[in-house]
Design a protein around this ligand. Sequence first.
Ligand code: CP
Length: 307
Amino acid sequence: MTQLSTKHLLGIKDITATDIQLIFETADQFIDVINRPIKKVPSLRDTTIVNLFFENSTRTRISFELAERRLSADIVNFSASASSVTKGETLLDTVNNILAMKVDMVVMRHPAPGAPHYLAQRIDANIVNAGDGTHEHPTQALLDAFSIRRKLGKVEGKKIAIFGDILHSRVALSNIYCLKKLGAEVTVCGPPTLIPKYIESLGVHVSYDIKETLNWCDVANVLRIQMERQDIKYIPSLREYTQYFGINRPLLDSLKKEIVIMHPGPINRGVEITSEVADSGHSIILDQVENGVAIRMAVLYLLSARR
Ligand code: CP
């Protein structure tokens, strides 16, 4: 197969394992490109992409922008706080005005779950979801699984544990869909209040025991506590969270094996993970960031073929 089954990347739920493998094989080639002295290819010359960010971002925004530049696309960057959204303009009006200026693809981060799906039903451009509220963050899941594949050779059959605030995490949901489609075993681990009740219906195990889960897994993907989404008090205090669910060096030293440490960022150092662990030789956190550019190049390149 040389084409994606979809015109948009709205979520991992909507794509197939074959789509994911095609994205990985394409990203393998772009890894070679971005490690060359001349890091640019002309693949998206004459394609105009708008990056619509209605919510803050460091990694995803810069990674998409670099991916677009490496593919020679024309880019427009939009930040909601500096736009007419602050005067009451709707999402659809904002996007239609931008599209009237002949934009081909939209990369969008929005605090409302489903915002990119709403747009996809109303406009012609390809849409890439760069994170919609607590729903999905598909390119993060793709770069996470791609990083596991590069580190361990494959994802199928690997034991992956996702730690922390599963309830509010779009990264967790997209990772679960992606890893299950690729044949991994997945456990989520955290305080009961931060684990959604329906989660086992997605085919994952649930554990509240951090040490047992660390001993089980090949890879620990550590998520941050999303303070900005804690509408009620889910945990007594950050100090207690760190005491019971924080990942630190003595805990890793007490295991019977070595495991790979991941984190999507931004890190709350000293809360869900200590600096000693985040910066250790077992951590592939910066590899995830590096691989993210190649994954986003692959997604944009493959979606552009569906225009
Ligand atoms: N991982 C991630 O989405 O980071 P940003 O919020 O900085 O984009």
